[in-house]
Design a binder for this molecule. Structure first.
Ligand SMILES: Cc1cc2nc3c(=O)[nH]c(=O)nc-3n(C[C@H](O)[C@H](O)[C@H](O)COP(=O)(O)O)c2cc1C
Length: 577
């Protein structure tokens, strides 16, 4: 077996990172400069403090003291819904909107799922993962009147430690009814924001990327939680950031004072049954005011900020959406479910609850576990939208895949070790071939399902290569496989504008979330990898043009548990704190 070596053409970085262009630069120019500036290089990481300033460590729990807290009763464990059923949402009955179903929704999407203890230190973990476990993502909802929750429509903030909803605003009942008239009864809005400071505290300038990854993971957990209740969820992609901010009270300066602000990220519509497919009609819902009385003031998360990272504000500003027509795209050349899996997968190991609440990142991989090719192909097939637009969670976003995979395969039974590509949009195959190294083979594996656009590029042992490009992290080499998520970067910014920079990370986060759950279903684990040497990844796949850029890494394999840590239940442990 040959060992695949990195050509190592240009491991160097410019001595000084370039400044972002001035105020008159186009948003796209700001994004491109930010992306270049925040690349990690072997000889220079993106700018950060370089040490942990424990005195200013941000509180992972935002609260709005003064707002009423509506307790969500923790659902009883043991819901029997099989994991595979999440991917067949049309076959499931839809739960009525109630205090119980809302509790399930937030439990599966954003709740605390464990506490870990090492000596005297404890920290919590959630259903949604987060870079550095810093959890910049905050969740919001606009809900109608619900028995035992509230007798008027209201804006809520989700408080994960308490598993409760903080009622930030009571809305005008008549205005809400008129706005919701076109939608099925039981529809509601959810939104996400980022406290950028939480990530910047540790990661400095690269933190904006991580906030977007985390938002993408959380968008997927929201979609998956909705699927577990027989509900649809669609991103309202044409809505401006300022509309999202005003819907959730994020732009109410007096309610924040000196507390850390939240960057509005995204808004989604949850509906009973399958997702709505007519995004134009959804626009009306968020236009204009629905009359509100606001309550509560945000807590301070750090006593002070010892350092500011202005480039984060600049790229956030450059990627704010001012409202646009929703994206509609043609999926007629995508495979059907049968072409991806052979036959639709209607069996499996786990319940949805075990996969969702048991999901965990591996902190180390064992370097020995081999997975079957069936499991490998199933995991990759789950990452593909289908022609009928019914594959979950891809039914939540309207754009065709802009994230493709460059895979490092180490231990998959019957699949030769080496570099592979998954062209998640079959129509981008030619462009990917063009972008990557000329000598690659682009060979189909005989056992691969016909609809899965997976190609062998080059055979060989690429464990050391995978670890090297992932900032030297062994988890990338010791798993069954790892991967770089190669974005159709320039074309995306040109087609959809600079704001779509965020969407690329969201899509990457969604890919990651599916892999997290798929790993659980396979009886192994996975880990998101935000630390990688950007241009070394490009070199590994022979990408020389700036048109394609790696946006995220992931590893999947047999985990090694850290036996020094004690795992404690998420609840009622929180009450003991
Ligand atoms: C965007 C993102 C980037 C991450 N990057 C790394 C990484 O480079 N190395 C690593 O070991 N773990 C990484 N992780 C895993 C996190 O450390 C992990 O999600 C967090 O500690 C919470 O643990 P949990 O996933 O088990 O809930 C990343 C996770 C995310 C979501």
């Amino acid at each position: 077996m040959t060992s695949y070596r990195l050509p190592l053409v240009s491991t160097g970085a410019p001595a000084q990172p370039a400044d972002l262009p001035g105020a008159d630069a186009s948003p796209k120019a700001v994004v491109m400069a930010y992306h270049e500036r925040t690349k990690h290089h072997m000889n220079r990481y993106a700018a950060s403090l370089g040490y942990m300033d424990w005195a200013t460590q941000p509180d992972p729990f935002r609260r709005y003291p003064g707002a009423d807290l509506a307790q969500l009763l923790l659902p009883k464990p043991g819901r029997p819904l099989p994991y595979w059923q999440l991917y067949a949402p049309g076959d499931m009955p839809s739960e009525p909107l109630s205090l119980e179903s809302i509790s399930f929704f937030f439990r599966y999407a954003l709740s605390l799922t464990a506490w870990k203890r090492f000596h005297k230190t404890t920290w919590s973990l959630r259903a949604n993962p987060s870079s550095g476990n810093l959890h910049p993502t905050e969740g919001y909802a606009v809900l109608p009147a619900i028995d035992r929750l509230g007798d008027a429509p209201a804006v809520y903030h989700y408080a994960p430690k308490e598993h409760a909803l903080e009622r930030r605003a009571i809305l005008d009942a008549k205005a809400w009814t008129e706005l919701c008239a076109p939608f099925p009864e039981g529809s509601f809005l959810v939104g996400l924001s980022s406290v950028q400071w939480r990530e910047a505290w540790k990661y400095g300038e690269r933190a904006f990327r991580y906030c977007q990854h985390d938002a993408g993971h959380a968008l997927a957990t929201l979609r998956i939680a909705a699927a577990a209740l027989g509900w649809g969820l669609v991103l309202l992609d044409g809505i401006s950031n300022s509309a999202i901010a005003s819907r959730f009270g994020l732009s109410r300066g007096d309610d924040y004072g000196t507390a850390e602000l939240e960057e509005p990220e995204l808004l989604a519509m949850v509906t009973p049954g399958l997702p709505l497919t007519s995004p134009q009609r959804l626009n009306g819902l968020t236009a204009g005011s629905v009359g509100a009385q606001w309550r509560g003031r945000a807590n301070m998360l750090s006593p002070e900020h010892s350092v500011e990272w202005p480039v984060i504000d600049e790229v956030a500003q450059a990627t704010r959406r001012s409202g646009s027509a929703p994206i509609t795209e043609d999926y007629s050349r995508f495979p059907m479910e049968e072409e991806l899996f052979g036959i639709p997968v209607r069996h499996g190991l786990l319940t949805a609850e075990r996969a969702i609440l048991g999901r965990r990142s591996a902190v180390a991989m064992d370097g020995s576990t081999t997975i079957s090719q069936q499991a490998f192909f199933r995991m990759l097939a789950r990452l593909m939208p289908t022609r009928d637009r019914r594959s979950m969670p891809w039914d939540a976003i309207p754009w065709r895949p802009r994230i493709h995979l460059g895979l490092f395969v180490h231990r998959v039974d019957g699949v030769p070790r080496g570099l592979y590509a998954l062209a998640r949009d079959p129509d981008k195959l030619a462009a990917l071939k063009d972008a990557m190294q000329r000598e690659f083979r682009w060979q189909r594996l005989p056992s691969c399902p016909p609809g899965l656009p997976l190609y062998l590029l080059q055979e060989g042992d690429c464990q050391a290569l995978a670890a090297t490009v992932s900032c030297g992290q062994h988890i990338a080499g010791y798993g069954a496989f790892s991967l770089g998520m190669i974005a159709d970067y320039m074309d995306s910014l040109t087609t959809y504008g600079a704001a779509f920079y965020r969407n690329l990370f969201w899509e990457a986060g969604m890919v990651g979330q599916v892999l997290y759950l798929e790993a659980e279903e396979t009886g192994i684990r996975s880990t998101g990898i935000g630390c990688y040497f950007d241009d070394l990844v490009h070199e590994a796949f022979g990408i020389t043009s700036r048109e394609w850029q790696s946006f995220y890494h992931f590893t999947v394999g047999g985990p090694v548990e850290d036996t020094r840590l004690t795992t404690l239940p998420a609840h009622p442990f929180g009450e003991e704190q």
